[in-house]
Design a binder for this molecule. Structure first.
Ligand code: F6R
Length: 624
């Protein structure tokens, strides 16, 4: 949520900051702005997408912002104050000396604003963020000239941070400290890019991956001062602190469209590879499943008597699938909860509870807060995450990283499939450690998983009829999705994709639940997408779904049926039939989800929407 970039070096900052913002635009895109220090402090900001800011900069000849080598930039997802020019970041202090950009929510901003106003400060925006700019200017003024300008900027930032409640990443520049950018983080992402004779700050590494693949992970409640040659980290009290250096193992091509019209299409196509990468090296020579970071003993895992999965949105749907696999393989009770609800209902947790937090970004605030609540109750936490070094894995007792590579499209696709793979691996690991599955049984499931990339490829090769169908369905008022067992979360995921991309009414239902109310929604011609389980699994399950299809058809529904190749009998109930390769029952979501992703993407495109940046959304949701 909100993309943040900072640069100090020996090259003009403007182009570097704008390029960084382009790569971070998926984090928020309702306004954007930059500040460049070049003898004076120069700022430009615009409501709307980054293109509006770029146009304003170009219309001003770019020269309007000078060729200073220190700069910061912001792309916004609005929280306080609508998406207007005046609410866009950076915010300047009243004296014009500092510019500040912010991601997060300053929870005590009302009180701080009143205090500042009582001292005569006039606000020029409706944001919480502007407080930070005025407070910083006040602290700088109070510090006087006793310190060197750059140290003074860092100290002023520490003092401001000590006064703020809530979640924030802040970056600031001071016209009296050219050649420095100061950053601070609490519960909100910020990484440092280590260059040669130049350094970077950003919400995530994709902003500077073109320039350097060496990064420094910051801890919680830290302030960092970057200059062209140095990176100095302290805590909020000024005590020296250490960052954690790491190498980024993907390059800038991974963050580009590579010939596809949308990132989403590219990411859908990358799924077979992403699954294979997530599986690579997971089965040791002695037949054990390996996680990435484990700060738990096997005994801790043997003691687990209850599993809670917490996640949001698409990751929550992955958790719903995981519940079936974990309970089936381990026989441990498993609950799945929306992370945003978890801690508010006082769940019963203790040392023998395992909480599995699933998050692509590793920064989702709802999931992070659920995780912290679990830890306070002494539960063990295992993270499934796609982003190295992000907060959720850092605060967990064990981690399994998905190796999906960067996911830029706001709608999650390859992250979902790799989360499913990771969930299966966690289930197998638990079953193995607890001795309820033999090594050869685990290896057999891993082998089945290894067969899924080629099945997903096959589905992808057969998507032309789905594209045609999408154009046909683009004018529908509403689309319903039904499924049972692991097909139920697939139905929910299909509906979520369609809502967020095509802005259509779409709902997913447990197929058996329709007759208890939702069947009243069906009118003549209402499209109903039906996910049919394999008859080779539990035949009764497949037959029940077929009955549900007949029920909706009898009421006028137009059925789009996703079924397994060889299930010839189902064709009689399908107005449109999409066949997928036979896949073991629990693993079926890896193939049945794919046509639904394509369907949503194509319907959205046919309706003329921006597929990668749907309205009102942002990729990484760092507010509660
Ligand atoms: C939907 C989507 C969201 C995310 C959710 C959790 O396509 O992408 O529903 O799945 O915001 O995000 P992470 O996985 O980063 O915690």
């Amino acid at each position: 949520m909100c993309g943040i970039v900072g640069y100090v070096g020996n090259r003009p900052a403007l182009g570097i900051v704008l390029d960084g913002l382009r790569r971070l635009e998926y984090r928020g895109y309702d306004s954007a702005g930059v500040a460049i220090v070049d003898r004076a402090l120069l700022t430009e900001k615009r409501a709307g997408k980054l293109a509006n800011l770029e146009k304003a900069v170009a219309d001003g000849g770019g020269a309007g912002l000078g060729d200073g080598t220190t700069g910061i930039g912001h792309t916004r997802w609005a929280t306080h104050g609508g998406p207007t020019d005046r609410n866009a970041h950076p915010h300047r202090s009243q004296d014009g000396r500092v510019a500040v950009i912010h991601n997060g929510i300053i929870e005590n901003f009302g009180r701080l604003r009143a205090e500042l106003e009582s001292r005569g400060v006039e606000f020029t925006s409706d944001t919480d963020s502007e407080c930070a700019a005025h407070l910083l200017a006040e602290e700088l003024a109070a510090l006087g000239d006793a310190q060197a300008p750059q140290e003074r900027l860092a100290e002023a930032m520490r003092r401001v941070c000590r006064r703020l409640d809530g979640a924030f990443t802040l970056l600031a520049v001071d016209v009296q400290a050219p050649g420095a950018v100061v950053g601070a983080r609490r519960n909100s992402p910020l990484v440092v890019g280590r260059g040669r004779g130049e350094n970077y700050l950003a919400s995530d590494v994709s902003a500077f991956i073109e320039h350097t693949r060496e990064a420094v992970e910051l801890g919680q409640d830290q302030v960092v001062l970057i200059t062209a040659d140095a990176i100095e980290i302290t805590d909020f009290d000024g005590n020296p602190a250490q960052g954690h250096d790491y190498h980024i193992d993907w390059d800038s091509r991974a963050a580009e469209k590579g010939g596809y019209d949308y990132f989403m299409l590219k990411e859908i196509a990358e799924q077979p590879q992403a699954i294979a990468d997530t599986l690579r090296g997971r089965l040791s020579e002695t037949g054990e499943i390996t996680l990435d970071e484990v700060r738990l003993s096997d005994q801790d895992l043997r003691d687990v008597d209850k599993v809670f999965i917490v996640a949001c949105g698409t990751a929550y749907h992955a958790g719903m699938v995981a519940k079936y696999a974990i309970e089936h393989w381990t026989r441990i009770p498993c609950e799945v909860e929306l992370a945003s609800e978890f801690r508010y209902r006082d769940p019963v947790l203790d040392r023998s509870t395992l909480v599995v937090a699933i998050s692509q970004s590793g920064e989702t605030m709802d999931t992070l807060m659920a995780l912290r609540h679990a830890k306070e109750q002494k539960a063990r936490v295992l993270a499934i995450c796609n982003t190295n070094g992000s907060t959720i894995p850092r605060e967990s007792d064990a981690v399994l990283y998905t190796h999906g590579g960067p996911e830029i499209a706001v709608a999650s696709t390859k992250a979902f499939l790799t989360q499913l793979v990771a969930c299966y691996l966690v289930g197998l690991h638990l079953a193995q450690v607890r001795g309820v599955m033999y090594a050869d049984e685990v290896a057999a499931v891993v082998e089945q998983l290894r067969g899924t990339p080629s099945k997903v490829n096959k589905v992808l090769e057969q998507m032309e009829p789905v594209r045609e169908l999408s154009r046909d369905l683009a004018s529908s008022r509403s689309v319903l999705f039904i499924g049972r067992h692991v097909g139920y979360p697939v139905a929910l995921e299909g509906a979520l994709k369609l809502k967020e991309l095509a802005y259509m009414h779409a709902e997913g239902f447990a197929a058996g639940e329709l007759k208890h109310g939702p069947i009243a929604l069906i009118e003549q011609g209402t499209p109903v997408v039906c996910v049919v389980p394999s008859a080779r699994g539990r035949g009764v399950l497949r037959d029940k779904v077929v009955s549900n299809i007949q029920e909706v058809r009898a009421r006028g529904a137009r059925t789009v049926v996703i079924a397994e190749e060889g299930d010839d009998a189902v064709a009689a109930y399908a107005d449109h039939l999409i066949l997928v390769p036979p896949t073991p029952t629990l693993l079926a979501p890896l193939v049945t989800t794919v046509p639904l992703q394509v369907l949503a993407c194509e319907i959205a495109a046919a309706r003329g929407h921006d597929v990668d940046q749907p309205r009102n959304l942002a990729k990484s949701v760092t507010v509660e």
